[in-house]
Design a protein around this ligand. Structure first.
Ligand code: 5AD
Ligand code: FES
Length: 351
């Protein structure tokens, strides 16, 4: 590694910030050796705060019906080849209760963006029932952009966390990934509203999405540094065969791991998942993610019958496994590399 990259890594580790040019150099001039050094620093920082523990979130994919048409996403509205489904409240609550038995203390309700069926009333009802049925469980919602009043109602019903990836912090890039009906400003406004209301907020981006440049990633890092999301979900872009980006190359494991380490050093306490997409592009992707500084994994808790229908990208892993199997498999995988999955709500440190 050139001594300049090493200096940048050391500076980032001690000051938690670099100039935009510094971030650019750090990314552009990376070497395998630099990545190793960076990952070691990131792992040390994460161990200081979270030890060797890994938090789990039980992900319930409650609906693949979506009114949006993001160009990268397999469940985009114009994909006619998807068999659409919605789970009803009873099914969702049953999944959440299964999760409680398996030791999850966070449930993530994720789904396509729509408010016709999943109106505030229905979502609030589901949230309230989960909270009653599952003691000491944090309910996280990840249902896309909604209005501030809607976010407020879900919060009042008991949801305390919301995941809404910013996807890219660069407006021009955002507009190349999304149809004109979606706006960068509105997405950012949603994130600010969620924060204002009191949610623990998750943002994040894909790595290697079409048209992404190093400068766009620098914008993402600056955004993470200034907004300081409680959670940052990043994973490689993976093409889906029924989207306009079917023939675009996937993002790489290597760059995703490198960015995970950078994000850990920017924001030491951040909740950083080793995502399913990372596990999809490499059989040991999630293990490597945790070794690079991630401290969260999100096994699937959806009913097996609908798993394959929630296909945001091709070849998604774990679509055939029972929830209990998923949970056990991840715990074993983490243990193999020296980390321990814990029964815990997994709040951000210092909350
Ligand atoms: N590849 C990787 N990640 C994707 N997502 C959507 N489509 C893809 C894809 N083709 C991510 C987006 C979204 C999250 C739920 O999944 O970042 O916010
Ligand atoms: Fe559903 Fe993007 S395609 S939110």
């Amino acid at each position: 590694m050139t001594s300049e990259v090493k200096v940048l890594i050391d500076e980032l580790a001690s000051r938690h910030t670099l100039s935009p040019d510094g971030y650019e150099q750090l990314i552009e001039r990376r070497t395998p050796e630099a990545a190793e050094h960076l990952a070691k620093r990131a792992d040390a920082v994460r161990r200081e705060i979270y030890g060797n523990t890994v938090f789990v979130r039980g992900l319930i994919e409650i609906s693949n019906i979506c009114k949006n048409d993001c160009l990268y996403c397999g469940i985009r509205a114009s994909n006619r080849n998807v068999e659409r489904y919605r789970l009803d409240p009873d099914t969702i609550v049953a999944c959440a209760c299964d999760g409680w038995e398996y030791g999850y203390r966070t449930i993530v309700l994720q789904g396509g963006e729509e408010t016709t069926y999943y109106s505030d009333d229905v979502l609030c009802y589901v949230i309230e029932r989960i909270i009653k049925a599952c003691p000491d469980t944090a309910v996280t919602v990840s249902m896309g952009e909604r209005g501030r009043a809607s976010f407020q109602r879900l919060y009042d019903a008991g949801a305390t966390r919301y995941l809404l990836r910013h996807e890219t912090a660069n407006k021009e890039h955002y507009e190349r990934l999304h149809p004109s009906s979606m706006s960068f400003e509105h997405r950012m406004q949603c994130l600010r509203d969620l924060r204002d209301i009191g949610y623990q907020v998750g943002a994040g981006m894909m790595v290697g999405s079409p048209f992404q440049t190093t400068r766009h990633l620098v914008d993402d890092l600056v955004f993470i540094e200034t907004f300081k999301p409680d959670m940052v979900g990043i994973g490689p872009f993976i093409p889906h065969h029924d989207t306009p980006f079917a023939d675009e190359p996937a993002g790489t494991l290597e760059l995703t791991l490198y960015l995970l380490s950078i994000i850990r050093l920017i924001h030491p306490r951040v909740l950083l998942p080793a995502t399913t997409a990372l596990g999809t592009i490499d059989p040991l992707g999630r293990e490597k993610g945790v070794q690079a500084g991630a401290n969260v994994v999100m096994p699937n808790l959806s009913p097996v019958a609908v798993r394959k229908q929630y296909e945001l990208y091709d070849n998604k892993i774990c679509t055939g496994d029972e929830s209990a199997v998923c949970r056990g498999c991840l715990a074993r995988r983490m243990a193999k590399v020296g980390y321990e999955v814990v029964v815990d709500r997994g709040d951000i440190a210092g909350l």
